[in-house]
Design a protein. Structure first.
Length: 445
């Protein structure tokens, strides 16, 4: 059938530790950079923090029940580094690891495949105080942390991601200052980006040593850039945007140097690269994982290097003001697969829509989110027809949660969370998604 997905396709949802767990001072957990950042005045909407978030440290069985209600067969979540190694690189906190032991076992009992992300932005504050990701000491600390986690969970977890969205880790947090640690220094941000990629490469053999027959890789967020006009200036601007946002992170993982157009653009801010770094970064990956939400359309009327103008369909955007453009997913993955056909499995590891949802009479009506997901699932069917070996899709997010600098004002969940009571209620989109997963086909909205 033209609307059918392949047998064994993974239908899941995604979350991150700081966004859902809460319990930030429980059972020996150390402070993270997001604990520190959220406590600063004006950094997070409404002065919100990641505690209690969704209280998932204590309510993870309720979360699994939601997954089961949506017929999910996979779940992507992250480990909180400061919960496992409170100071980043010292003594392992066994009580913190016990939580993930229980979670993985409960997922196994429910028949749900765990995809575990080792780093989703909650760096231990002790490491940030020592230079953070701009320091090569953090690479060594990440290797130690990876060893601790995979040695405990590797017998049951067979899908691993080293990092979530290195662009956000480096540029949002260290150049733009919108995320923790809140720095605004491009040179630092580019060194962070490089060191994160080195840490990825360093961790890959450690993962494989403790998790036999596993699939390991890295999760990249990509925003494809399109020229507003077919002019030389716009084409150059789009090429530069793609190089700095997308290829800067992908190319080294795939064994290529940093893209020259981006290197030249960054000038004196380019990172220091130690001997052997590029070889370390280039570790074979078992899958390609993409977080996709939108595109950017760039226009440079001056034909120079000034700030580009971003154009979009202003009537077709999410609550976060992101243009809804499923064709960008098809365009991007088709192009990337042609460049990297040796990668056997391709996944969308995040995709979703923020809306100002309201619970009315026990129900959340969110037809726009259903239409959004329907369009992106259809894009995956187009990719399958084109020969791209798509193997799974993880919707962001399982439930409403702490959305970083937006606090609790931005709702992406398939389940509505009343943050006063922690009650979870499947939205209409979650109910519809359950039908898609159960039938393994694209169900009409």
């Amino acid at each position: 059938m033209h609307d059918q997905f392949p047998p064994g396709f993974l239908w899941g949802t995604a979350t991150a530790s700081y966004q859902i767990e809460g319990a930030t001072a429980a059972d020996g957990r150390g402070q993270s950079i997001w604990d520190r950042f959220a406590a600063m005045s004006g950094k997070v909407a409404g002065g919100a923090t990641g505690d209690p978030a969704c209280d998932s440290y204590y309510r993870y069985r309720d979360d699994i029940a939601i997954m089961k209600a949506m017929n999910n067969n996979a779940y992507r979540f992250s480990i909180a580094w400061p919960r496992v190694v409170p100071d980043g690189g010292g003594t392992v906190n066994g009580t913190g690891l016990d939580y993930y032991d229980r979670l993985v076992d409960a997922l196994g009992d429910a028949g749900i495949v765990p995809l575990v992300t080792l780093y989703h932005w909650d760096l231990p504050q002790a490491l940030q105080d020592d230079g953070g990701w701009a320091s090569r000491n953090t690479i060594d600390a990440f290797a130690w942390y990876t060893e601790a986690v995979t040695a405990r969970l590797g017998d049951r977890v067979k899908m691993w991601a080293t990092f979530n969205e290195p662009w956000c880790v480096s540029m949002l947090g260290n150049e733009l200052g919108q995320h923790a640690p809140g720095l605004q220094d491009r040179a630092v941000a580019l060194q962070v980006a490089h060191n994160v990629l080195v840490a990825h490469g360093t961790a890959m053999p450690i993962i494989r040593a403790h998790s036999s027959n596993c699939k390991a890789g890295i999760v990249l967020n990509m925003t494809p850039a399109y020229p507003a006009q077919e002019t030389e200036a716009d084409l150059r601007r789009a090429a530069l945007a793609n190089a700095t946002h997308n290829e800067w992170f992908l190319d080294p993982v795939m064994g290529r140097p940093y893209p020259q157009i981006a290197w030249d653009h960054y000038g004196a801010d380019v990172p220091e690269i130690a001997a052997g770094d590029m070889g370390t970064i280039h570790q074979p990956v078992d899958y390609f994982a993409l977080n996709y939400y939108t595109r950017q359309v760039v226009h440079d009327p001056a034909g120079g290097d000034g700030k580009p103008l971003h154009r979009r369909d202003d009537a077709n955007v999410s609550d976060r003001d992101w243009e809804i453009f499923p064709a960008g997913l098809t365009d991007l993955l088709t192009r990337l697969y042609h460049r990297h056909p040796h990668i056997p499995e391709w996944y969308v590891t995040e995709n979703g829509m923020s809306l100002p949802d309201r619970l009315v009479d026990g129900r959340v009506r969110d037809p726009r989110r259903i239409a959004y997901l329907h369009g992106h699932f259809a894009a995956v069917l187009d990719l399958l027809k084109a020969g791209v070996p798509m193997k799974g899709y993880f919707v962001w997010s399982l439930m409403d949660n702490f959305e970083w600098a937006f606090g609790y004002d931005s709702r992406f969940g398939l389940a509505y969370v009343d943050f006063r009571t922690q009650e979870r209620t499947l939205k209409d989109s979650g109910l519809w998604y359950g039908r898609v997963a159960a039938e393994n086909r694209l169900v009409a909205p």
